[in-house]
Design a protein around this ligand. Structure first.
Ligand code: DAH
Length: 337
């Protein structure tokens, strides 16, 4: 298609002169700059244009756009005050822009982790942040003299547990009490994840906060093996961090799982310097004592569980080096994700 830009420019100028209302100005704008306008048509014609013509057509389209924008600006100043239903409206004033936000990077990370497990058949259940000592410790086989029960390591509320005389309610220090709650209410088979906030009276620094997020996983059935836990978590890490991820299962101890392991990922391969191996979660086969505590028949079920820190996963995936950034609500940080 041949374009006579000189003629088009003249025509636009003539048309602009005749504009005398905001409606006519808008019609003019649409004719040239709208989605189906002339500038778009000129650009679209580039696709079939003779290669020797392309540069000229591209320049012609850009010049036309510049010209029309200039004409509109000049015209809108002229007709900026018009009567609309008896009111003076100044059309030259800038509009009130909508600032669109988006979900917080921690919410995004939680949603991403949850999505991976839901694709693999897990169901998401949220349980309360205020817990009993039984659910947070005793039911999980954490002994009465365990240091994590100390008030230095757990926030106790000034409220007695209505289900246990003399025992105070607390802010859960991990999402594992979700396991106890869910098993007390439901019979296997089950595959659940429990996301949410947890609280510990830690001094705040680059890697500690008195509130952070965890995601707990629990799968219980009559026949469950450690190899299935390993396969599941390997697949999870591949989907979350990408297919190149290299991980290792390192023996560890948790009272509520036996045997237990911690999972590290290789930070070098993911391009995060600092240390070679970084711990991302704890896991293991559910300790039969936990099944006993929730009232399941002895020896009938097996299961595995795992728990991971959401902040840590986000820090590793997105190269964030200070946990405090998540909670400061500084838009310059949040906008990046
Ligand atoms: N609750 C543990 C913590 O906060 C994490 C954890 C370890 C959860 C092993 C589990 C598990 O379910 O099996 O450190």
């Amino acid at each position: 298609m041949q374009w006579n830009f000189q003629e088009i420019h003249q025509q636009a100028q003539t048309e602009a002169q005749a504009i005398n209302s905001p409606q006519a100005l808008e019609a003019f704008r649409l004719k040239y700059l709208g989605k189906k306008g002339l500038v778009a048509a000129v650009f679209a014609s580039l696709g079939t244009a003779d290669p020797s013509q392309k540069a000229a057509i591209g320049k012609g389209a850009n010049d036309l756009r510049g010209l029309v924008e200039g004409l509109i600006a000049a015209k809108s100043a002229g007709i900026s005050t018009a009567k609309v239903s008896g009111e003076q409206v100044d059309f030259s004033l800038p509009g009130t822009g909508e600032v669109l936000g988006h979900t917080h990077i921690l919410t995004q990370t939680m949603q991403e982790i949850i999505a991976v497990f839901e694709q693999m058949g897990f169901v998401t259940i949220e349980t309360p942040e205020i817990e009993t000592e039984f659910n947070n410790f005793t039911g999980l086989n954490i002994p009465i003299d365990h240091p994590s029960r100390d008030a230095f390591d757990t926030f106790y509320l000034d409220a007695e547990d209505p289900s246990a005389q003399g025992r105070r309610l607390l802010l859960r220090s991990h999402t594992s009490p979700g396991q106890v709650r869910i098993m007390k209410q439901h019979k296997p088979p089950m595959a659940v994840i429990v996301p949410g906030r947890v609280y510990r009276p830690d001094a705040v620094d680059a890697s500690h906060s008195f509130m952070f997020h965890q995601i707990e996983g629990l799968l219980v059935d009559e026949k469950v093996q450690f190899s299935e836990l390993k396969g599941l978590l390997t697949e999870f890490c591949r989907r979350f961090f990408g297919p190149k991820v290299v991980m290792r299962f390192r023996p560890h101890f948790f009272p509520f799982t036996e045997p237990s392991a911690e999972v590290d990922i290789n930070a070098e391969i993911l391009g995060i310097q600092r240390k070679k191996w970084l711990e991302i979660l704890g896991c293991g086969m559910v300790n039969p004592k936990v099944f006993e505590a929730v009232g399941y028949p002895k020896g009938k079920y097996k299961g595995f569980a795992f728990g991971m820190g959401v902040e840590r996963m986000a820090m590793l995936k997105y190269g964030i080096n200070d946990i405090r950034l998540f909670y400061e609500n500084d838009a310059r940080f949040l906008k990046q994700f």
